[in-house]
Design a protein around this ligand. Structure first.
Ligand code: HEM
Length: 131
């Protein structure tokens, strides 16, 4: 199940709340909203990977999904070139970690884990564990 688990980890919590800023190079209308040439747009990938129209119960962590996390890596001509490599790295790293420490658990309640975030990336400032 590791490839599926990696995809769900990537879908569930990956980058920050703002996402990648864009500037419209021409007028464009999306979902009834017109964005004028030169206006800035923020594209939070997290909103895409938590879109209930695409992911059933998106706030539930579920490694049995049939949908994947490809929007984590963007879309269109700038789709992440490193996506297969990132998936491979994570697959190898998680397998190795949980093979070595099969009983690994968080050492503090989830709500006590301190998060550090900027608008592009969020991550735990520290993650105490026990085994
Ligand atoms: C979990 C890890 C990663 C995530 C979540 C991620 C996410 C993204 C996203 C969202 C984009 C699209 C940027 C845009 O639309 O402007 C992107 C682009 C890109 N990523 Fe990644 N990335 C990851 C790992 C990697 C790795 C490991 C590499 C290289 C070894 C890589 C290389 C690139 C490159 C070169 C682009 C630019 C593609 C282009 O503009 O044509 N990424 N990444």
């Amino acid at each position: 199940m590791w490839p599926k688990a990696v995809d769900e980890i990537l879908r569930y919590h990956h980058n920050g709340i703002l996402g990648l800023p864009r500037v419209a190079t021409e007028d464009v209308t999306l979902h009834g909203v017109t964005i004028r040439s030169g206006e800035g747009v923020s594209c939070p990938m997290l909103a895409a990977t938590h879109d209930p129209a695409h992911y059933r119960n998106p706030h539930r962590f579920n490694i049995h999904r049939t949908t994947d996390a490809s929007t984590t890596f963007g879309a269109g001509p700038h789709y992440c070139l490193g996506a297969p490599l990132a998936r491979l790295f994570l697959d190898i790293a998680y397998r190795a970690l949980f093979t070595r420490f099969p009983d690994l658990i968080p050492a503090v309640p989830e709500r006590e884990i301190p998060w550090e975030g900027n608008l592009l990336f969020t991550k735990p400032a520290s993650l105490p564990v026990a085994w």
